[in-house]
Design a protein around this ligand. Structure first.
Ligand SMILES: NC(=O)c1ccc[n+]([C@@H]2O[C@H](COP(=O)([O-])OP(=O)(O)OC[C@H]3O[C@@H](n4cnc5c(N)ncnc54)[C@H](OP(=O)(O)O)[C@@H]3O)[C@@H](O)[C@H]2O)c1
Length: 223
């Protein structure tokens, strides 16, 4: 599968690339093609050092528009407040059957702790905002409660669940296969994209509990 990661120069993007390069060709998307190329080279070196020659895929870098062309899976690993502008720039280059994946968490910090922006400011969930800005596209949301630190450490089993929301069962099935390629990660279907807020708001909750109880990089697992 061809996987592109828009915002792939960030911490989550690095983790996704390092986990999936074992089996897939990855494109790191950045607003700056030079920065994308340099991150891609660095990630490939890390992957080779970690896996040796047991890698079937490659990692390359490109600007946002080129990286969204031809991809089967497009991960939008970008901040919430950049969704509208990013969608405007890439919507014309996404192919019809591409699956768009949102790990985006609309979150900020105030004196009380981390809060979920859509509740505080009466705004849309990240998934709803994407659906509004990319009409007629297959959008699935997942990975909200996965720590980038654990994702980047390819030797570590995540030993976690991730909630998956979406409206198209075929897209969910394909994404679930990719999720299961990440060691120790189990996809759990939560419901349609309209319920994505329930997964997104777990992240500020986890971070508050983690800070106040001194637990590093917490995750979620249903028992
Ligand atoms: N970090 C975590 O542990 C974690 C966990 C779960 C979910 N998430 C969510 O996953 C997403 C990615 O997280 P992250 O920590 O990797 O994000 P990040 O480092 O803040 O940003 C990722 C990339 O997005 C691009 N970007 C930044 N500002 C932008 C703008 N205004 N317009 C367009 N692109 C912009 C940058 O790439 P270029 O400068 O190269 O274009 C940046 O490297 C976020 O939505 C976050 O809420 C994060």
């Amino acid at each position: 599968m061809k996987i592109s990661i828009i915002g792939g120069t960030g911490g989550m993007g690095e983790g996704f690339a390092l986990r999936w390069v074992v089996n897939h060709d990855i494109t790191i998307g950045s607003r700056d093609a030079q920065k994308a190329a340099s991150s891609a080279e660095q990630y490939m070196n890390t992957a080779l050092a970690s896996y040796g020659n047991n890698i079937k895929g490659t990692i390359r870098g490109a600007d946002y528009i080129s990286s969204s062309r031809d991809s089967d899976i497009l991960i939008l690993s970008i901040p919430y407040d950049s969704v509208k502008l990013t969608c405007e720039s890439i919507s014309g280059s996404i192919k019809k059957d591409c699956i768009i994946v949102s790990p985006i968490v609309p979150m900020e910090r105030n004196d009380a702790g981390f809060t979920y922006i859509p509740f505080e400011k009466n705004m849309k969930s990240a998934a709803q905002l994407l659906a509004e800005n990319l009409p007629d596209k297959n959008i699935v949301s997942a990975f909200h409660t996965i720590s980038e630190v654990k994702l980047k450490n390819v030797n570590e089993s995540l030993d976690s669940d991730t909630f998956v929301c979406g409206d198209d069962q075929q897209s969910i099935t394909k994404l679930n296969q990719l999720i299961e390629e990440i060691k120790g990660l189990r996809p759990l279907y939560l419901g349609p994209l309209s319920l994505s807020y329930q997964a997104e708001l777990l992240t500020p909750m986890l971070l508050n509990a983690s800070k106040k109880n001194k637990i590093k990089h917490p995750g979620i697992k249903l028992t």
